[in-house]
Design a protein around this ligand. Structure first.
Ligand SMILES: C[S@@+](CC[C@H](N)C(=O)[O-])C[C@H]1O[C@@H](n2cnc3c(N)ncnc32)[C@H](O)[C@@H]1O
Length: 214
C-alpha cells in the first residue's frame, strides 16, 4: 500500500537514475523514451501540482521548469534524501497515495510516473476517489505507468521477459499490481473522472483524467 516497497526503493535510490537512462538492459524497454514521457506529463500539468512517488525528482524538475508549484509525496526515506540533495527548496513530505499530509492550497493537478502500480486495483480505486475530493473543479490527474491492454497481453510480456532471461523484470510483472486499460477505465469512471489513454512505449501509457461534468 505504501511501505511494502520502501526497502526496495531505499536500496535503488543511488542507482535509479542509471536504470532510467537505459543502462539496465532488463528495464531498457520499460524506460524507453523516459525523458519524453516525463516531459509529456509535465506539459499536461497545471497550477498547483501534487506529485506522488517523486523518486529521485526527475519529473519534479520538469514540472518546476514549466513554472508549476510542486508538492512532493514520497514514502521511501532513501529517495527523499536523494531528492532533497537535488532540489533542496522542494516541498516534500513523507506519505503515499492513500495517506499523506494534505496541502492547504487548492490542488490543480495530481501527477505520478512509474508508481501507481504499487497499489492493488482496489487501492487504486480508493486513491482516485480521494483525488476527486482533493482536486478543484477544473482539476485533473496525469499519470504515466506500465499498463496492459489485456491480461493476456500482460502474460505474453511476462513470458517474453522470462525467455530473454530478464528474471527481475518478469518477477516484477508477476508480483506488482500492473493493471489493464479496461480495469483502470472502470476505476476512473467510478471515481467521477473521464479518462484518455495514450501509449508511450511497449509498457507505459499516459493517463489523463478530468472530472466528469455534473
Ligand atoms: C519506479 S520509482 C518512480 C520515480 C519517479 N516518479 C520516476 O518517474 O522516475 C517509484 C516511486 O514510487 C514510490 N512509491 C512506492 N509505493 C508508493 C505508494 N504507495 N505511494 C506513493 N509512492 C510510492 C517509490 O518509493 C519510488 O520512489
Amino acid at each position: 500500500m505504501g511501505i511494502e516497497f520502501n526497502e526496495l526503493f531505499d536500496q535503488w535510490a543511488e542507482s535509479y537514475d542509471s536504470t532510467v537512462a537505459g543502462f539496465d538492459l532488463e528495464y531498457k524497454d520499460v524506460f524507453a523514451r523516459y525523458e519524453d514521457i516525463l516531459e509529456n506529463v509535465a506539459e499536461r500539468s497545471e497550477g498547483f501540482v501534487v506529485e506522488f512517488g517523486v523518486g529521485t525528482g526527475n519529473l519534479t524538475e520538469k514540472l518546476l521548469a514549466e513554472g508549476l508549484e510542486v508538492y512532493g509525496v514520497e514514502p521511501s526515506k532513501g529517495m527523499r534524501e536523494k531528492v532533497r540533495r537535488k532540489l533542496p527548496e522542494l516541498q516534500l513530505v513523507d506519505g503515499h497515495f492513500l495517506d499523506f499530509p494534505v496541502p492547504e492550497e487548492q490542488v490543480d493537478t495530481v501527477v505520478s510516473t512509474y508508481a501507481f502500480h504499487h497499489l492493488t486495483d482496489d487501492e487504486k480505486g480508493k486513491a482516485l476517489v480521494q483525488f476527486h475530493r482533493l482536486l478543484g473543479p477544473k482539476g485533473k490527474i496525469v499519470f504515466a505507468d506500465t499498463v496492459f491492454l489485456t491480461e493476456l497481453a500482460k502474460e505474453e510480456k511476462t513470458e517474453e521477459a522470462e525467455q530473454k532471461g530478464f528474471f527481475r523484470l518478469a518477477r516484477d510483472l508477476r508480483t506488482e499490481f500492473y493493471s489493464t486499460i479496461p480495469n483502470l477505465m472502470d476505476l476512473f469512471h467510478a471515481a467521477g473522472f473521464e479518462v484518455k489513454f495514450d501509449q508511450q512505449n511497449d509498457f507505459v501509457w499516459l493517463m489523463e483524467a478530468t472530472k466528469k461534468e455534473r
